[in-house]
Design a binder for this molecule. Structure first.
Ligand SMILES: [Zn+2]
Ligand SMILES: [Zn+2]
Length: 278
């Protein structure tokens, strides 16, 4: 019913569900099997042939492809993907402050229909997870995979942060929409609370790294096969980005960066003791 993610064999018992009907369930979450997209939250944005070109109008929103924001950022930074052409300028744009003085004129954008179907859009990250379970992997291979996944996560986060210093990325202050480019777009699809006051217009601000590559914090489970995390002990538990938690449970080493937030130094009392404390 809500966006809570928990990485363990069973869900946790913290009654903090904010989803619809949570009153009837007394705040209890209703756990189902998660997918890749629950661990790594997809953040898509419009692909722009020329990010310094004309702003996307609401009526034109279907003329643009939606691709992962990180991929769009990399394209704008120079990665060539034939299916997503990008204007490469020989003469840099002249700007004074935030005002564009000379963008080298507008150019006709290549038609989308001529582009070949893209492998990127066809990658069904959801389908991957509903396919039957793969055969069990030996522990050592699993640990290796977890280490590599964790490394890739750090590479993507670190690289995105660096690219965002050079290429501007905007995020809506009201919803999770992200736009890669010097200004936002005008598609009126903001679905946040009170959006009717703004006619569905997004409120653009400079994006933070967490808005482009969300860490998606989850509770850290020290013993994945142990009893479920319980509400009375909430203050003893730590958190970690979902992908980090997943990799750690699969045997990856915990890097020093995450140790404090995972609260590994704290001794978790058993349930009975906690009741005495409470
Ligand atoms: Zn819930
Ligand atoms: Zn919005």
């Amino acid at each position: 019913y809500c966006s809570e993610v928990h990485i363990a064999l069973t869900g946790h018992e913290m009654k903090d569900c904010q989803g619809p009907g949570n009153g009837n369930r007394r705040g209890q979450h209703e756990w189902v099997r998660g997918t890749v997209n629950d661990v790594l939250i997809p953040i898509d944005s419009y692909h722009l042939y020329d990010p310094f070109g004309k702003r996307i109008k609401h009526e034109q929103r279907f003329d643009y492809d939606r691709i992962p924001a990180v991929v769009e950022l990399c394209i704008q930074a120079g990665v060539d993907l034939p299916e997503y052409p990008s204007r490469r300028r020989l003469v840099p744009i002249r700007m004074i402050g935030k005002k564009v003085i000379d963008r080298g004129g507008f150019v006709v954008e290549p038609k989308r229909s001529t582009r070949e179907q893209t492998a990127l859009l066809e990658l069904d990250t959801y389908g991957l997870n509903i396919s039957p379970d793969p055969p069990p992997m030996p522990d050592s291979e699993l640990r290796d995979l977890a280490e590599r996944t964790l490394e890739a996560w750090e590479t993507v986060r670190g690289g995105t942060a660096k690219l965002m210093k050079k290429y501007s990325v905007k995020a809506c202050g009201y919803c999770s929409e992200v736009h890669v480019g010097p200004w936002g777009h005008n598609a009126k699809l903001c679905g946040s609370f009170k959006h009717q006051w703004r006619d569905g217009k997004h409120g653009w601000q400079d994006a933070t790294l967490d808005e482009v590559v969300p860490p998606n914090y989850v509770w850290h489970v020290r013993d994945p096969s142990g009893p479920p995390l319980s509400f009375p002990l909430k203050s003893y538990y730590g958190k970690a980005p979902a992908v980090v938690e997943l990799c750690v449970q699969a045997g990856a080493m915990i890097s020093d960066k995450y140790k404090p937030m995972m609260r590994l130094d704290i001794v978790i009392p058993d349930c009975e003791e906690a009741k005495l404390v409470a």
